[in-house]
Design a protein around this ligand. Structure first.
Ligand code: AHR
Length: 676
């Protein structure tokens, strides 16, 4: 009988993954304070992919507000007597609509905007409608704004929300606020032309039609969606890379990101194509453009809000190399790129950007910044040149351009740290050609990208990737990475856990790795092109994925210096004799706390003994645990808190050496914060 109970207890323990196996003894030397962990170590990388800017973080709710999409009325329905005109008040956005009397008192003239996947309205929330308008033939008109639900079977199909009276032949900006009457994530905004005070309708022109929630991040008028900006703030990002990715390069040079078009009054920021609208034809979004409403000024401002170092990346004169090998695969189509002897305007863009960020307000670009509301410099320290560029064996297309940029920038701004790239791959021919050149050219850091499957993250080489790096070369910026599950290229717990495991190697090698940013950051559930991503949302709600929480756990526990952590005299990186364990340790000398990160990637619980050499006696320990019994699970809009870090506490004790004992559950990331 007793044996029967024992056996069933044992099988229950095993099925819970609690089988205590080998005692894993890890030695942390708390007295040997190692390399500094850069304040920039964990950060964010923003790219307008997956409707991350317009339709995402940027809180504008009107799509094609300036009528500048190539199909000028895309996103709009017009009714009655509407004409598209192109001699408007804003040079870079000349189109607008002219509204005239519909010809009969019972007929209507007006326009209706569909928003980004609908216009989301919340009951009780305040909104700011604005429009540039005039009555070109004189007189006065009234513009009536309604929020309508064309799909509704209910009684409330339309709500009059505000009226704007337009007067005179000069263009002026008109603004009106209103409160949402019902919650509807997918309404439309309808605008009627009416006669003022029941007088006859007069011709009226409308331009830059805009709608924002009043309650944006920090209450800014040209503001960001609050829940999404808050999610970034909560990461306490040390570095903020923007504005991309592939959009920096453009499909062609014309569509590259041009920061100068993204600053100054929003009404006059020139629209740009977004290459992600057609990159994957199975995720085709013909209405995906960049309004640049979230432009470089706003990026710098967000960096300031978050306490992050800004890291802008600029075009090096090469359009996306993937998309420009069309004529002869494997050979660059040199007609697509800027020739070496015409590179100066691109180099000037880099120099002018530094002036925009740091220049005195007496300088040309410092003045632009000051006039936008920020007379103080943004204190830019880092600049990336090129995104995923590469050299060909017989044609150094990237490195020859990078050399020119480096020489010009170093000559004028010797203190700016320059960031090169090793291309789109973390290994292989492109990487092997470029990596030594980064050292030769003398960039301060280079950007590595790796979107890779589980096998890559668990491979011996990658588990020790940075243990074996050149200590005399440039520092590393792991600028885009994520574990992409094989056959499961979407967010789920198992891949996030492998990211956590990999990051122990980043942390342990903080002397060479100075920055790391997971990618991509944002995705709209109805408008994504690339998965997995850190933060997902629909028009009203958002959720943070397990990968987000992994990043946050590292960022909020980054410490100030690395501490040596060994098991059987070896670093703990999931080696064959380490039972799937990964670990790293740091000290935070400001908070006086030792922080140990342990990731158990095995399907069994692992018994752990942490010897905290250099400490003795009893110490309080806070724990933070991220775990799931379902490897395919993640958070969702319906269940945003399904898997989140859970706080706990324990004690570490010992007369001669402080010892912390634990049984780390299967497939778990756990952080121990041991008060010194
Ligand atoms: O993050 C998505 C894309 O992946 C980036 O634009 C590019 O740099 C990389 O190929």
């Amino acid at each position: 009988m007793k044996i029967k109970y024992l056996l069933s207890a044992l099988s229950l323990t095993a099925s819970l993954g609690l089988t205590a196996q080998t005692q894993h003894v890890m030695e942390v030397n708390t007295s040997k304070v190692g390399s500094t962990i850069q304040p920039t170590m964990y950060g964010i990388f923003f790219e307008d992919i997956n409707f991350a800017a317009d339709g995402g973080l940027y809180a504008e709710m009107v799509k094609n507000r300036s009528f500048e999409f190539p199909q000028n009325l895309m996103g709009w329905r017009t009714f009655g007597n509407v004409e598209l005109k192109d001699d408007g008040p804003f040079d870079n956005n000349p189109h607008y609509v002219r509204l005239r009397y519909a010809g009969h008192p019972h007929k209507h003239t007006g326009i209706e905007n569909e928003g980004f996947f609908g216009i989301p309205i919340k009951e009780g929330e305040e909104y700011r409608f604005s429009v540039w308008a005039r009555c070109p033939e004189g007189g006065k008109a009234t513009v009536l704004v309604q929020i309508v639900d064309n799909a509704s079977m209910g009684e409330v199909q339309e709500q009059e929300v505000c009226f704007v009276d337009v007067e005179g032949t000069e263009w002026k900006k008109y603004t009106a606020k209103f409160k949402g009457k019902i919650t509807n994530p997918k309404a439309s905004m309808r605008i009627f032309l009416r006669g003022f005070n029941n007088q006859p309708i007069v011709t009226t022109d409308l331009e830059h039609v805009s709608l924002f929630p009043v309650d944006t991040w920090k209450g800014r008028e040209n503001g960001m969606r609050k829940d999404l900006a808050q999610a970034l703030y909560d990461l306490k990002p040390g570095i903020f890379r923007f504005p991309g990715g592939c959009i920096v390069e453009g499909t062609d040079l014309e569509s590259r990101y041009q920061w100068k078009n993204s600053v100054g009054p929003v009404e006059n920021r020139k629209l740009n194509e977004n290459r992600w609208h057609y990159t994957f034809d199975f995720r085709f979004y013909p209405d995906y453009y960049q309004s640049y409403g979230l432009g470089f000024y706003e990026f710098f401002q967000l960096c300031e809000d978050f306490g992050s170092e800004p890291l802008p990346v600029i075009s090096c004169g090469l359009a996306c190399q993937f998309q420009n090998e069309n004529k002869q695969p494997g050979k660059p189509d040199m007609e697509a790129h800027c020739p070496m002897d015409n590179l100066q305007p691109y180099i000037d863009d880099a120099l002018d950007l530094i002036e925009f960020a740091n220049g005195d307000k007496s300088t040309k670009w410092g003045k632009v910044r000051a006039e936008m509301g920020h007379p103080e410099p943004f204190n830019l320290k880092f600049l990336g040149v090129g995104n995923e560029q590469w050299d060909y064996k017989d044609n150094p297309v990237f490195s020859e351009r990078l050399k020119k940029f480096t020489a010009a920038i170093r000559a004028k701004y010797p203190n700016i740290k320059l960031i090169g790239t090793t291309g789109p791959d973390s290994e292989g021919e492109k990487f092997d050609i470029l990596q030594p050149k980064m050292k030769e050219i003398g960039v301060d850091l280079y950007d590595e990208h790796f979107y890779r499957p589980e096998t890559w993250f668990l491979d011996n080489v990658n588990r020790h990737r940075y243990d074996n790096y050149d200590r005399k070369g440039p520092k590393i910026f792991a600028g885009e990475y994520a574990c992409h599950g094989k056959g499961k290229k979407w967010n789920h717990f198992e891949t996030s856990l492998l990211e956590a495991a990999f990051m122990t190697g980043i942390e342990r090698n903080a002397d060479v790795v100075h920055m790391a940013t997971y990618a991509p950051l944002f995705a709209h559930v109805e408008g994504w092109q690339w998965r997995p991503d850190a933060i997902w949302y629909d028009n009203l709600n958002s959720f943070r994925t397990v990968s987000y929480y992994v990043q946050q756990m590292y960022s909020l526990n980054k410490g100030t210096n690395v501490l040596p952590l060994l098991m059987n005299k070896k670093v703990v990186a999931g080696d064959n004799d380490q039972d799937g364990l990964f670990a790293s340790a740091v000290v935070d000398s400001k908070q006086n706390v030792v922080i140990v990160k342990v990731v158990n990637t095995s399907k069994n619980a692992q018994a752990l003994k942490l010897n905290l050499n250099g400490m003795k006696g009893s110490h309080n320990v806070e724990t933070l645990t991220l775990t799931s019994s379902d490897m395919d699970a993640d958070n969702s809009l319906e269940n945003p808190n399904r898997i989140t870090p859970q706080k706990g506490s324990t004690k570490a004790t010992g007369e001669k050496v402080t010892v912390l004992e634990d049984n780390v559950p299967a497939m778990t990331f756990r952080i121990y914060r041991i008060q010194k």
